[in-house]
Design a protein. Structure first.
Length: 202
């Protein structure tokens, strides 16, 4: 995870509160077991796929929640990710870990969903600074406070912040996903960090 550029107290709280889950492939035994379940699931074994679901559901749910903010049904979108994964298991070639493949599938699904939502309405986002205004009472707990703040970021700034600072994608990768330049991703990331710091330093 990339750290914000300055060393303010707000930035420290931001980093400490993200609580990014550890890698799910942190043991050889687990990786071997997962690989076996992927092969079984690709052959149509629903029990094996259920085990994969239980292993990855929490992280995928967290990713979806952070990316959509308060804009969509997180549970439904998470289920859509796993439905899509089941349908596309035959395309998984093992060139990356299954968790990595599933993660990218989730990102693409959410981005496509957001594009569809955007088609039905006009969005005005001229790049001006905005104040984060809570749509619901904000928890006093620092981690929950950060989650609320992330959810209130402008959509594009939120996408890039989550993909870069939470999920670890590089600017070049994010630019390719979103169809924008790396200059745009860097500018939006800077904007997101600044808004979050301002919120956390209140």
């Amino acid at each position: 995870m990339s750290n914000p550029s300055d060393g303010t107290a707000g930035a420290s709280r931001l980093e400490a509160s993200l609580n990014v889950p550890p890698s799910l492939d942190n043991s050889l035994a687990q990786s071997d077991s997962e690989g076996a379940d992927v092969a079984l699931a690709a052959a149509g074994d629903q029990r094996a796929f259920e085990r994969l679901y239980r292993l990855h559901a929490a992280r995928i749910h967290s990713l979806v929640r952070r990316m959509v903010g308060g804009e969509g049904d997180v549970d439904e979108l998470t289920q859509d990710v796993f439905v899509r994964a089941w349908q596309r298991l035959s395309t998984f070639r093992g060139e990356a870990q299954f968790g990595t493949w599933l993660h990218r599938l989730a990102v693409n699904l959410v981005l496509n969903w957001q594009k569809g939502e955007a088609r039905g309405r006009r969005r005005l986002d001229n790049g001006a600074d905005v104040e984060l205004r809570p749509a619901r009472p904000v928890s006093q707990d620092a981690a929950m406070d950060l989650e609320d703040a992330i959810g209130m970021l402008p959509p594009r700034a939120r996408q890039i912040f989550v993909l870069h600072d939470v999920e670890g994608y590089r600017h070049k990768e994010i630019g390719a996903m979103l169809g924008v330049t790396t200059g745009t991703t860097k500018a939006q990331l800077h904007r997101a960090r600044r808004l979050l710091r301002a919120h956390l330093e209140r």
